[in-house]
Write a protein that binds this ligand. Structure first.
Ligand code: ADP
Ligand code: ADP
Length: 226
């Protein structure tokens, strides 16, 4: 677990689009911060700069005590889940969940233990032997989340992870995500354009507009004083 801090962060894309403009944001240890705003406001760009998937044009991004501007994603100790599940199709659920641990040299016994823990948390125990093609969309997204959290990263980043799911599944997945966060307490940054999702999930919500921070507060206070 770690705090994440953005100080005067800018992103200017080739061609001159200023996608993120002087963003200051401090995300506390264990917080669930939602970045919300209309399409094109810079949410995804901000998240990708935290993840190390996008070069930072100005300012600093810190995770824990370290400035991570020039660190590769693998050296930032973060995990990310995207809207497209990006599971390995030829592997079973168990192998998908264990893969990151295997890469890091975790023993077979410890892998099994951690995978079972994550599977239990996400209600995937009965699907461990299945391949992704034999799962529903919601189950696949649970596997993607399980794969992200199983190695206990310092921060968990999600970019519109529920937007490919139907409305009913989105609601049940929100509940699962809240439970997952409550039991792990991992610092989480979550991007969505859906205001209800933002208000339901966030311990705080950051509203972006044209690359700038417009408001950041608890859902309750944003609701009372929009
Ligand atoms: P959001 O996630 O809020 O929809 P994005 O961060 O994807 O917003 O985009 C912010 C702005 O940056 C938009 O104007 C978008 O067109 C632009 N943008 C995003 N990615 C690129 C890119 N790779 N090259 C150029 N412009 C981009
Ligand atoms: P691990 O289990 O070790 O996190 P992954 O295979 O999930 O490994 O991801 C490896 C790297 O690829 C990570 O840095 C992750 O952010 C990135 N990554 C994973 N899926 C995608 C995707 N769909 N698009 C872009 N980058 C991705």
């Amino acid at each position: 677990m770690a705090r994440i801090a953005l100080e005067s962060v800018d992103k200017v894309y080739a061609g001159g689009v200023k996608a993120v403009d002087g963003l200051d944001l401090e995300i506390a240890d264990g917080e669930f911060m939602v970045l919300v705003g209309p399409s094109g406001c810079g949410k995804s760009t901000a998240l990708r700069m935290i993840a190390g998937l996008e070069e930072i044009s100005g300012g600093t991004v810190s995770i824990g005590e370290r400035v991570v501007n020039d660190l590769a994603p693998k050296d930032r100790d973060i995990a990310m889940v995207f809207q497209n599940y990006a599971l390995y199709p030829h592997m079973t659920v168990e192998q998908n969940l264990a893969f990151g641990l295997k890469l890091r040299g975790v023993s077979k016994e410890d892998r099994r233990k951690k995978v079972l823990e994550a599977a239990k948390m996400l209600g995937l125990e009965q699907f461990l032997d299945r391949k992704p093609a034999a799962l529903s969309g919601g189950q696949r997204q649970r596997v993607a989340m399980g794969r992200a959290i199983v190695r206990q990263p310092q921060a968990f980043l999600m970019d519109e992870p529920l937007s490919n799911l139907d409305a009913k599944l989105r609601v049940s997945m929100r509940a699962s995500l809240s439970q997952l966060h409550a039991s792990l307490g991992v610092t989480t940054v979550y991007v969505t354009h859906d205001q209800v999702e933002a208000m339901t999930l966030g311990t705080r919500v950051c509203v972006l507009r044209e690359g700038k921070l417009q408001q950041v507060d608890t859902p309750q206070r944003l609701f009372d004083h929009p």
